[in-house]
Design a protein around this ligand. Structure first.
Ligand SMILES: N[C@@H](CCC(=O)N[C@@H](CS)C(=O)NCC(=O)O)C(=O)O
Length: 264
């Protein structure tokens, strides 16, 4: 039996749940509340020394890194394959997942923290905030979190985060002009890898406002949402209070995002 350590707000965990759901596979979940710091317990750090979700355990074997986990699942269950057999499409798929891992994911953390988590954290006491920072084992991530919290929209990464999301939507629009799905003519790990990030913009109520209009990307998002795997894998796990925070704080942050977009 596969065991997945995951959380409802985690874009990386959503990818893995969607792959499992697309393949109709059974799994046991261990919910790690990353907003409460449950990823930093000594037990969990043994499984994932970076203190991040997701982590997959397959019969005692630990697999980390969401993109690697998604490929692993496709290897062990090749029915309804999500890695294209065609080498060109496979290369396109990997370029998408590489772009997500290297740019979109780090900048999604920036955008999410700056636009929403920072506001939620502002209700914590000074000691609780320091404790929150101190718990993050990775020094680089710890300092980035501090910067997001203290500098907010003035932080240097905020502009970059909007630029990266703009590039994501622009590249999607152009890829979808040539084929129905991001890597080719069938759904692949490229689509599943990108989905939670586009969904984050939607949850922030930013997707429908984001200029210029990207009809193919929006149509792709509707097609992804219409898949049977979407609700159980993506939305069902997001706590309602967090969804509310995303909606409210996202809408309040939109003018700052728009300002950056107008300056590009
Ligand atoms: N490269 C890792 C990134 C994992 C990651 O950043 N996970 C976030 C949630 S999407 C997390 O657990 N964050 C906890 C924290 O920032 O303390 C992967 O793809 O699995």
């Amino acid at each position: 039996m596969l065991e997945l350590y995951h959380h409802g707000s985690s874009v990386c965990a959503a990818k893995v749940r969607m792959v499992l759901s697309e393949k109709d596979m059974d799994w046991t979940g261990h919910y790690i509340d990353i907003l409460k710091g449950e990823q930093f317990t000594p037990e969990y750090l043994k499984l994932n020394p970076k203190g991040v979700v997701p982590t997959l355990i397959d019969d005692g074997t630990v697999i980390r890194e969401s993109t690697v986990i998604c490929e692993y699942i496709d290897h062990i269950n090749p029915d309804t394959p999500l890695r294209p057999a065609n080498p060109v499409e496979a290369a396109r798929m990997r370029n998408w997942t590489k772009f997500v891992d290297e740019y979109v994911h780090p900048m999604c953390a920036t955008l999410t923290f700056t636009c929403s988590h920072r506001v939620t954290m502002s209700y914590m006491s000074k000691d609780e905030i320091e404790e929150f920072f101190a718990k993050t084992p990775d020094a680089g991530l710890r300092e980035r979190k501090r910067g997001w919290f203290e500098l907010g929209f003035e932080g240097p990464e905020f502009v970059k985060s909007v630029q990266v999301f703009e590039k994501l939507l622009k590249d999607m629009e152009s890829a979808l002009a040539d084929h129905e799905w991001l890597a080719g003519d069938s759904l692949s790990l490229a689509d599943i890898g990108v989905l939670p990030y586009v969904n984050r913009l939607a949850m922030f109520t930013m997707l429908e406002k984001w200029p210029p209009a990207r009809p193919r990307a929006l149509d792709w998002f509707e097609r992804m949402k219409a898949r049977e795997s979407f609700e159980p894998a993506v939305n069902e796990y997001l706590p309602e209070s967090l969804a509310n925070d995303f909606r409210t704080n996202g809408a309040k942050s939109w003018p700052e995002v728009e300002k950056v977009l107008e300056s590009l």
